[in-house]
Design a binder for this molecule. Structure first.
Ligand code: SAM
Length: 324
């Protein structure tokens, strides 16, 4: 992969720093064995939480995802707990599904950019499938978590907003995994992100990403549940109307409690996303110079269908090609 000489400062910082330094099968889901309705009726089979919540100091306001600054703020709070929150997500299976699809649609090579890579779970899983992975995210805090992992020397990380990806070379494949595109709240932002990806794809290169279906917003994002994960305790408070219309904006608040000596530290993150259906995604791809080649529906169980049903599937996977 060719990397230009005048790498933007943020990229440079991260390149230098890296020298120093689960319904995905879902980020919105809590660990299956411990999920319980917060109002008291048990919906899971896991053990009762051992600890009592004793103090709840909020560490200063609620992060909002209404702007990129809001995304950064929200994920700065979530970053230390993100892997615990998504512990149930099975990235080994997910990367197999992604790889199978990429092979099926004739990816031209193995040079891969993972956009919105978060703490690196998607990037590392794809590296382990044989891809040569470069990865970026708009949240330095999420990248910091990624960069602390044992495989860090195998992936090149940099900070970037997916709507304005810098010129860091060209790729055979670009991925954007676990509903990152849904964080973009306007069609114009999605178009910017798609055009940005198009610029970095080699001719014939593939762009693979997933978005949440309306079912996910009507269920996970509208319900309230808690989970106990080691020294962290999560309460996901659904703030989305259960009848949210297609294309609507969804929201939940994630309360993270972390045990700290005799008290619980609390941070509160407000997550906002917009639903994009298949027709909208295909239209935005076409308007961005990308040719939609396939769509697949993903069940929470991990089963993949060759079509999307917004009422059955929890995620929709889209694949587009950079054609001339
Ligand atoms: C649900 S996480 C998924 C992370 C990772 N792909 C994974 O599978 O674990 C969504 C990520 O999207 C990132 N994100 C949101 N908006 C972004 C933007 N405009 N540009 C780049 N990253 C963004 C967030 O910082 C967050 O790390």
């Amino acid at each position: 992969m060719d990397v230009p000489g005048d790498v933007p400062q943020v990229v440079h910082n991260l390149l230098v720093r890296s020298c120093l330094l689960t319904p995905f099968l879902g980020a919105a889901s809590l660990h299956p064995g411990v999920e319980r309705d917060v109002r008291g009726s048990s919906t899971g089979v896991g053990p009762e939480p051992q600890r009592e919540l004793v103090t709840c100091p909020v560490d200063g306001g609620i992060g909002s995802l209404s702007s990129i600054e809001g995304v950064r703020r929200a994920y700065a709070r979530l970053a230390p707990s993100y892997d615990q929150f998504t512990a149930a997500d099975d990235y080994e299976s997910l990367s197999r599904i992604i790889d199978d699809l990429l092979v099926q649609y004739q990816r031209p090579g193995l040079e891969l950019l993972d956009v919105a890579c978060g703490t690196g779970r998607s990037a590392y899983a794809l590296h382990q499938r044989g891809y040569r992975v470069t990865a970026c995210d708009v949240s330095e805090d999420m990248l910091h978590q990624a960069d602390r992992k044992p495989l860090a020397s195998h992936v090149r990380f940099f900070v970037a907003d997916m709507r304005h990806l810098p010129d860091v070379g060209t790729f055979d494949v670009v991925t954007c995994i676990d509903d990152a595109v849904n964080h973009l709240l306007t069609a114009e932002d999605v178009r910017l992100a798609f055009r940005s990806v198009r610029r970095l794809l080699k001719p014939g290169g593939l762009y693979l990403f997933d978005v949440n279906t309306i079912t996910t917003y009507r269920t996970f994002w509208s319900q309230t549940a808690v989970s106990d994960c080691g020294d962290a305790f999560f309460a996901r408070v659904g703030r989305t109307p259960p009848d949210i219309p297609r294309g609507g904006e969804a929201q939940f608040t994630l309360e993270c409690f972390r045990h700290n000596r005799s008290q619980w530290d609390r941070s509160s993150v407000d997550l906002r996303q917009r639903h994009y259906d298949e027709d909208t995604i295909r239209r935005l791809l076409s308007q961005s110079g990308l040719t939609p080649v396939a769509s697949a529906g993903l069940h929470e169980s991990g089963t993949v269908d060759r079509h999307i049903n917004e009422d059955w599937h929890t995620k929709a996977i889209h694949i587009a090609r950079a054609t001339d």
